[in-house]
Write a protein that binds this ligand. Sequence first.
Ligand SMILES: Cc1cc2nc3c(=O)[nH]c(=O)nc-3n(C[C@H](O)[C@H](O)[C@H](O)COP(=O)(O)O)c2cc1C
Length: 384
Amino acid sequence: MSGLFTPFTLRGVTFKNRVAVSPMSQYRAADGIANDWHLVHLGRFATGGAGLVFAEATAVENRGKRTHGDLGLWDDRHIAPLKQIADFIKQEGSVPGIQLSHAGRKASERRPWHGETPVDDTDVQERSESPWPAIAPSALPYATGWPTPSEMRETDIQAVIDAFGAAARRAHLAGFEVIEIYAAHGFLVHQFLSPIANQRGDKWGGSFENRARFACEVAKAVRASWPETLPLSFRLSGTDWLDGGLEIDDIVRLSKLLGSLGVDIIDCSSGGIGGKDRPRRMTISQGFQVPFAQQVRQETGLPTIAVGFLWDAHFCDQIVRNGQADMIALARELLDDPNWPLHAAQQLRPEIGHDAWPTEFGWWLDKRDRLLTKLGLRSGAGRQ
Ligand SMILES: Cc1cc2nc3c(=O)[nH]c(=O)nc-3n(C[C@H](O)[C@H](O)[C@H](O)COP(=O)(O)O)c2cc1C
């Protein structure tokens, strides 16, 4: 099995390595429109050597934003600023991806640094940001103190499915080459999947097949608007970590269904359905979600992405070599070091020097290394 720095192909797209930038919401957009912040935020991961750069959760409907600062793709005017970003990522040899999202009952939330609690009148006074009504499979609030969402009618359900399809069409026009559907962390698709948030008695709730119907319809709508040559990913929570919630066997079963509908890779995260408190069953360690990626991969034959508390290059390389996952997604480690892929490649193979770096940086860093070695100020090349 090949390692982290070998190419990987899905449909007509080849990633130069197995490092993906996990979607990271910046809460920095106005009216869903990307700006220079998003270009720099995502652009530096492309120059930092990642094989796949995912843009953050991007709302397919205005009411499906999580916060006032979310990116959106519910209107054609969102396309051009995103295209500039996708074009830059491609120009730097990486693949641009985008995560499509609907927050459902998690809509109208404050940004993390404003408390991650529901928007209310104080936000109107402080930031001129008003709350808006949320929709969900069932009229069950996300957590204590959260407003009760309205139960989606058949017309709402169809409108959101269509919105995912329309956003996929716009993502293609914007030049993205991978779409990921946000079906984890308690967002709308996950709300339909999990019995904790879905207590409907119609064809959209109850049995596993009924709860999976919305995810499957979203997959079909996106596939119908997204070129055959381009891959489609689903981010799933491998478990809800809660009794009565989804377990990994449900996720394996769902992944098989999604695979039959043209989904190419499963991004295996966990949790998020029932409020902000960490569930008692959830214990965190380096790579604690890797077993979900491994089990989905083994039992479905679909490629997977492993994510969550990963930072060590050798550890990540082994996950790929052991066949536990096909790609590794990093978030916080990349905020700390956007050049992590370049540094990780050097750690695994010091002899490559700065070969993989953009020439504008690598030429100088190689020259400095030679001088440092000559002066006896540093032994060998690279960072120490
Ligand atoms: C700033 C930030 C924003 C995030 N936004 C999203 C998001 O938009 N979509 C998503 O699926 N996960 C989001 N996440 C979760 C990450 O993608 C990732 O799954 C999680 O942070 C675990 O990976 P890490 O340990 O490498 O940070 C976010 C995480 C961070 C730190």
